[in-house]
Design a protein around this ligand. Structure first.
Ligand code: PRP
Length: 218
């Protein structure tokens, strides 16, 4: 059987992703042990798993190095890859928000006529959000720990992911506006979708079944 390649997000999203694949009968037993070896092959399932940084998953899929990928909608909104988004998998739920210092006047921070600097791992999302509101903005791209920026005067606001809200709170920040809700998505390479349609459809169906049941659970 020809191998299908699945790009999976490593780090925090990996454990719930492997759990989902297990429920769908799509996880190799080797995957649990293989968190350090970044490529795992399961000939019985006909699957090869590539563990990638979440932000790199769309790149593997867009270029056809992976037929399918699992990645957060937040990453897709930023990367805007040329891929097909096949399924909302419903987990890795979080929000992309604008946040600023607790106690600061939100009308001033988000008002017009203010020069505001926004630190973020999501420069395109931030740029588009403020531009669509006619608010001038200087976006300061960072690779992580964005919550530090307002505390040391690097930025007035941040655009970042909020899951539990704990990181914002612990850094004296509050959410001011929601840009988008995000959940994990199944994406496909466009050529794979045409050329390997039957095999992809079987995987989509298996994942749809388990995510539907999860959505129906109390
Ligand atoms: C993400 C995000 C926030 C945090 C939100 O960071 O950028 O910092 O998680 O989670 P919470 O609302 O549950 O506190 P991540 O752990 O991916 O690290 P990074 O900032 O270094 O990228």
């Amino acid at each position: 059987m020809e191998l299908l390649t699945l790009a999976l997000p490593k780090g925090r999203p990996l454990a719930p992703t492997v759990a989902l694949l297990e429920r769908a009968g799509l996880a190799s037993p080797r995957l649990r042990e293989a968190e350090r070896s970044l490529v795992t092959v399961d000939p019985d399932l006909g699957l090869r798993y590539v563990l990638a940084r979440p932000a790199d998953v769309p790149t593997y899929v867009e270029h056809g190095a992976a037929d399918l990928g699992i990645v957060g909608k937040d990453v897709l909104l930023e990367a805007r890859p040329l891929v097909y988004e096949l399924l909302d998998l419903g987990y890795l739920r979080c929000r992309l928000v604008v946040a600023g210092p607790a106690g600061a006047d939100p009308d001033r921070l988000l008002g017009s006529g203010v020069h505001r600097r926004v630190a973020t791992k999501f420069p395109r999302v931030a740029e588009a959000y403020f531009r669509s509101r006619g608010l001038p903005v200087e976006v300061i791209p960072l690779a992580g720990s964005v919550e530090v920026a307002p505390q040391v005067g690097l930025a007035d606001l941040i655009v970042d992911i909020v899951e539990t809200g704990r990181t914002l709170r612990e850094n004296g920040l509050v959410p001011l506006a929601t840009i988008a809700e995000s959940t994990a998505r199944l994406i496909a390479n466009r050529a794979s979708y045409r050329l390997k349609g039957d095999r992809l459809a079987a995987i989509v169906q298996a994942l749809r079944e388990v995510t539907r049941h999860a959505a129906a659970a109390p």
